[in-house]
Design a protein around this ligand. Structure first.
Ligand code: B12
Ligand code: SF4
Length: 418
């Protein structure tokens, strides 16, 4: 018999803080939805005697009020919320507006702001990259306060996608490239690099066993996916991990289309074998084609590394999707003018342009505070008193901001009309 009713939810997009990083052109459309793998993972690793309902408020997309209503309709004993920092306003409203006896919060926001989340009305906050075992235990004992999680990647089952209607999550529109029924999965968690603008929290990387990685790929294919995307923070940073996955795919003679998100530095001896397994596309944050900008961004790469990477990928027929950042204070007009040609010379097939943004808890934001670009800790004030659609001022002034936005849009048009 099912004993407790548990509702697990993502947060609605309504009122999230404004982020100018990604131009509208690249923003995932309302039609394309992302499967909430965090809460699916929690649900997939519970004992069978729980009645679990997954609400994906973010993908629906519901308003805050609608989300509260949907949660209350379920009358849950336990409410679990997966939180990212940009949606803290919605988080606080939902914690206040719902009546479950045990309300808990996890996800990237919880790890940085556990005390604030408790003050906002959570009974317990789960801190750490994976929380499946601790969440499962907490359902009986219902501990309060901060729970430090030690779940390891190979201790848990992969997320059961059938807990949601998977057809709704197959992309309905293509951006930059076509990939039929593309679905994401993880082969590792974390990234050892310390890029200036990034707040990926786990600096010790956990790797899934290659057998489990390929089991999950086969599972996604069995659900109808024709393109599996390994959406790790950095899937190719460790050549033993990469070779393990390649060997397992070779052993099982699998040639399904797949892609991965990683870095430019890797073991190029593996490239031909990687391509032969069906690996179609690599997503990398090259960010800049100038060594002084790369140094400013604390990227663990040089322009020479980027050239080497592009050479090996192009030679082996692997498409490159690269992210670039515009708007660093060290870039020059000449650099910006020459950038499109330099990108083309490298044979980069898909160009994704971003603007530098001071995310909370990044080295970049801290440097702006230290350099007095902000006279007060604006993120701290926002976290204490979140307001709808908050927008942090552009650190280098409004004129500069408009210049960068307009040049970024120019480049988007340039790369996408060819
Ligand atoms: C996949 C992903 C995306 C996808 C989908 C996002 C989406 N709509 O959900 C895409 C590529 C679209 C994306 C975009 C962006 N993302 Co993103 N993304 C990720 C990524 C790589 C993985 C998330 C994931 O699925 N992990 C796998 C699952 C299994 O882990 P998990 O979700 O963390 O869940 C586990 C624990 O956290 C915990 N947990 C989670 N929820 C809960 C709830 C409860 C109740 C409990 C107990 C435990 C718990 O238990 C889970 C299972 O063990 C993370 C980085 C990371 N490594 O976490 C960034 C991350 C979440 N993204 C981030 C950011 C900033 C963005 C963007 C804003 C980037 C940008 N500037 O444009 C956009 C925003 C898009 C949007 N509208 O949401 C930040 C968030 C920072 C923060 N503190 O909130 C992260 C952490 C990366 C980073 N830079 O640090 N992202
Ligand atoms: S390589 Fe990517 S995930 Fe790793 S620190 Fe840099 S931006 Fe973040």
């Amino acid at each position: 018999m099912k004993t407790h009713k548990i509702v697990l939810t993502t947060l609605p997009v309504e009122c999230e803080f404004v982020n100018w990083t990604t131009p509208k052109y690249f923003t995932p459309t309302k039609i394309n939805k992302y499967m909430p793998l965090g809460i699916l993972s929690l649900a997939s690793n519970l004992p069978p005697n729980y009645d679990v309902v997954i609400l994906d408020a973010s993908s629906e997309p519901w308003t805050i009020e609608e989300t509260i209503r949907k949660i209350e309709e379920q009358k849950p004993d336990v409410l679990g919320i997966s939180a990212t920092t940009r949606r803290i306003y919605a988080l606080n409203k939902i914690l206040k507006g719902t009546s479950a006896k045990y309300k808990v919060v996890g996800g990237p926001h919880a790890t940085y702001y556990s005390d604030l989340t408790l003050n906002a009305g959570a009974d317990a906050v789960f801190v750490g990259p994976l929380a499946d075992l601790e969440f499962s235990q907490a359902l009986e004992s219902r501990p309060k306060g901060v729970i430090h999680c030690k779940t390891e990647i190979n201790q848990i089952k992969f997320p059961d996608r059938m807990l949601l209607d998977v057809n709704r999550y197959f992309p309905k529109e293509s951006l930059l490239f076509k990939a039929i029924n593309r679905l994401p999965m993880f082969s590792s968690i974390g990234c050892p690099n310390k890029c200036f603008f990034c707040n990926v929290q786990s600096k010790t990387v956990q790797y899934k066993n290659p057998e489990a990685v390929v089991d999950e790929m086969e599972y996604l294919v069995s659900l109808g996916s024709k393109s599996v995307h390994v959406l790790d923070d950095n899937f190719n940073v460790n050549s033993r991990h990469l070779e393990g996955i390649i060997s397992e795919l070779e052993k099982r003679n699998i040639h399904t289309e797949w892609s991965g998100r990683g870095q430019t530095k890797m073991n190029f001896d593996l490239t031909a074998r990687l391509r032969a397994t069906g690996f179609k596309r690599i997503n990398v944050g090259i960010e800049a084609l100038d060594d002084s900008i790369l140094t400013f961004l604390n990227k663990n790469e040089t322009v020479a590394d980027v050239h080497k990477f592009c050479y090996h990928m192009n030679k082996n027929g692997i498409d490159i999707l690269s992210y670039f950042i515009l708007g660093t204070p060290v870039e020059t007009g000449t650099y910006l003018k020459n950038l499109p040609v330099k990108i083309e010379e490298l044979g980069i097939k898909h160009v994704f342009l971003n603007m530098l943004f001071p995310e909370p808890n990044t080295l970049y934001y801290e440097s702006l505070l230290k350099g007095r670009f902000y006279s007060r800790d604006l993120w701290k004030e926002f976290m204490l008193n979140p307001t709808p659609y908050y927008e942090i001022p552009y650190p280098y002034g409004e004129t500069k901001k408009q210049e960068i936005i307009s040049y970024t849009n120019e480049l988007i048009q340039y790369f996408n009309k060819q």
